[in-house]
Design a protein. Sequence first.
Length: 279
Amino acid sequence: MEQWRLIDSGYGDGAWNMALDEALMESVAGGDAPATLRFYGWRPPALSLGYFQTLEGIDREELRRRGFGLVRRPTGGRAILHHYEVTYSICIRQQELDNGTSVIGSYRELCQGLQEGLKLLGITSELASRRQHQPVGGVRRQGVANCFAIAMAGDLVAAGRKIVGSAQTRRNGAILQHGSVPIHIDAEAQAAIMPSLSGGAEYLQRMACGLAELLDREPSYDEVAQALAAGFEAAFGITLAASAPTDSERRRAQQLCREKYGTDQWNLNPPRHKPLPTP
């Protein structure tokens, strides 16, 4: 049975979380590490921007007032407030997936692990259909900064609302997919930080939900991470070996923090060059 690496790195700030994801992807792409599933949290909470997203619709003063961080992801999509959640990332070589050469195909394939994990928690989820692309209530898709305000094809929904927000990129034959599995959706905070969303907190509550609302109880970080890990083992017929980042991966992540994810140049300015492919 194939063995993947499992890293639960606990809580880190936004720059470290994104830097370590990129370092792990580079390691997998170079053949220095097997496919790697990682879980982590955010301390302090932070807003992550999509790779090519502008700051339009983001209230930076409100972020500062609340003590939240700001970081730009290496992946596409819209902004996510990472607060009460478990974040997952998967780094894997394209050839290890049946649909590895297709962005949407690989995205859907990897989501099978999430679906199985949610099922173990008692939540039935499904991939959003194209009919759910357009937000309801007269809110236009263009100009919406918040990832959880819209369910795109391939996103996971439960009870008609978005339950997982994910994004993907690839480099040198390797795929990085990571995403937010919210335990709670703090709609008030999200509406304050991203005030451009028509309908505000009430609209977001109609479109998205956290695990606690569906389960009628609050699962712990560890419970969610363990269920998702078991879901990936079941979906892909693999075993997960608990591990930690290597010394070289940590050094590379520290370098990426200093030179990229910890800088205003990266976080405040969308890259001018062609973005990496995303779903």
